[in-house]
Write a protein that binds this ligand. Structure first.
Ligand code: SAH
Length: 379
């Protein structure tokens, strides 16, 4: 058995005694035990499987063991790089539907499925005892909840109330995070290692940090000796936080600027103005949200990559990412290659980039691999 954690509606012949969010046993046509998981008739993913061991009941001890195991796997490699990291990565940590991020002492949780909402009375004491957070905030304001018949939810779940601004440490830098209103659970923890890695190419260079959010890549780049960074984002709030983050880390406003706007339009304008950069970072939001939108998404990726390559000086570096799980690393490389043809530019791959080990990919769940990137040099 391949132990993929999702059972789709089309694979089910008959349902008996299964309430919304309840633990169910999955049996083969001949009635032999297959697995146990939680059920939701509202979702196309009818059951998220939790165990293939018939002797394992799904009780308080089960949930506690799974949380403890995920926590224990976050070893020194994850924690030593800073105090903000992902403690539970849903399906990939054998806890389907549950995301737990740590921001220093503060815990931020996403309950993505009805099954996790139902299991919360067991999960809460386990998380409190194992992680000993100062407070727990829920940021279940994600579109995916709709597929589960759940509405978005944000609020205090336990302990002290986190302030509007929490300071985290990433590779020695201080970053302010808005846990209540920031994107995702407040910050893009999944880019932590890439921010540090990509900065190695930034010394002495003039950078465009496109889709900057609160300036994480800019902080690392200036810390590595970049000459100048221009942050571009659609969100004025994110850009303002970015400026504060740069100042907090001691960088002078002579060395950075912010531009609010749409990256697609701005890159077109820069190309027309022949404005070029030594280094460009392209870290767009998820363009492909479903198979239906995949073609349009790949066009979007191709477009911004073509424009970025055209705005890059010869010898310059492009760090380009996609966090759409439906865009595989292979497809992404092809799209970027097509972009380079349209741009009339030769480039070489310096590195393949991926998600960090606190966002692991369960081998039986290839869908877990969502973040990929290429570090390119324009020839
Ligand atoms: N690089 C960031 C994360 C980027 S997330 C980091 O390391 O933290 C994607 C960002 O793109 C978000 O901040 C969002 O506001 C912004 N965004 C989305 N669509 C955009 C567009 N068309 N033009 C400019 N910014 C956009």
């Amino acid at each position: 058995m391949r132990h993929h954690p999702w059972l789709f509606s089309g694979a089910i012949q008959r349902v008996e005694n299964a309430g919304p969010g309840e633990i169910v046993t999955v049996r083969a046509a001949d009635n032999t035990f297959l697995a146990r998981g939680y059920y939701n008739s509202h979702s196309q993913i009818r059951v998220r499987l939790l165990t293939w061991n018939r002797d394992q009941p799904i009780d308080a001890a089960f949930w506690r063991r799974r949380v403890a195991a995920a926590w224990a796997r976050r070893n020194a490699i994850t924690r030593g790089k800073g105090d903000a990291w992902r403690a539970v990565h849903a399906e990939n940590d054998q806890l389907p539907g549950l995301v737990v991020d740590m921001y220093g002492d503060w815990m931020v949780v996403q309950q993505l499925t009805l099954g996790i909402v139902q299991a919360w009375p067991y999960l809460l004491p386990a998380l409190v005892e194992i992680a000993q957070p100062r407070g727990i905030l829920e940021r279940s304001d994600v579109p995916a909840r709709k597929e589960e018949g759940l509405s978005p939810k944000v609020g205090q779940l336990w302990g002290e109330t986190p302030p509007e601004e929490v300071l985290i440490h990433e590779a020695g830098y201080q970053i302010a995070v808005d846990l209540w209103h920031g994107q995702k659970t407040g910050y893009y923890l999944d880019q932590r290692l890439n921010r540090a890695y990509v900065a190695r190419w930034a010394a002495g260079r003039e950078l465009l940090n496109a889709f900057s959010y609160t300036g994480g890549f800019a902080v690392h780049a200036l810390g590595a000796g970049a000459k100048f960074v221009l942050n571009v984002d659609a969100s004025a709030t994110a850009l303002a936080w970015g400026e504060t983050n740069l100042q907090r880390n001691g960088f002078s406003p002579d060395h950075f600027a912010s531009q609010q706007g749409d990256v697609f339009q701005l890159l077109r304008r820069y190309r027309q103005e022949k404005r070029t950069f030594d280094m460009i970072i392209l870290d767009p939001p998820k363009f492909a949200t479903s198979k239906r939108t995949l073609i349009r998404a790949t066009r979007g990726y191709k477009d911004i990559n073509m424009l970025a390559l055209q705005c890059l000086r010869p010898g310059g570096t492009l760090a380009t990412f996609s966090c759409s799980g439906l865009v595989t690393p292979d497809l992404f490389q092809k799209v970027v290659f097509a972009a380079s043809i349209d741009a009339g530019v030769e480039a070489q791959i310096l590195a393949d980039l991926e998600q960090p080990p606190d966002h692991p990919v369960l081998l039986s769940f290839p869908e877990g691999r969502y973040l990929k990137g290429l570090l390119l040099r324009r020839l």
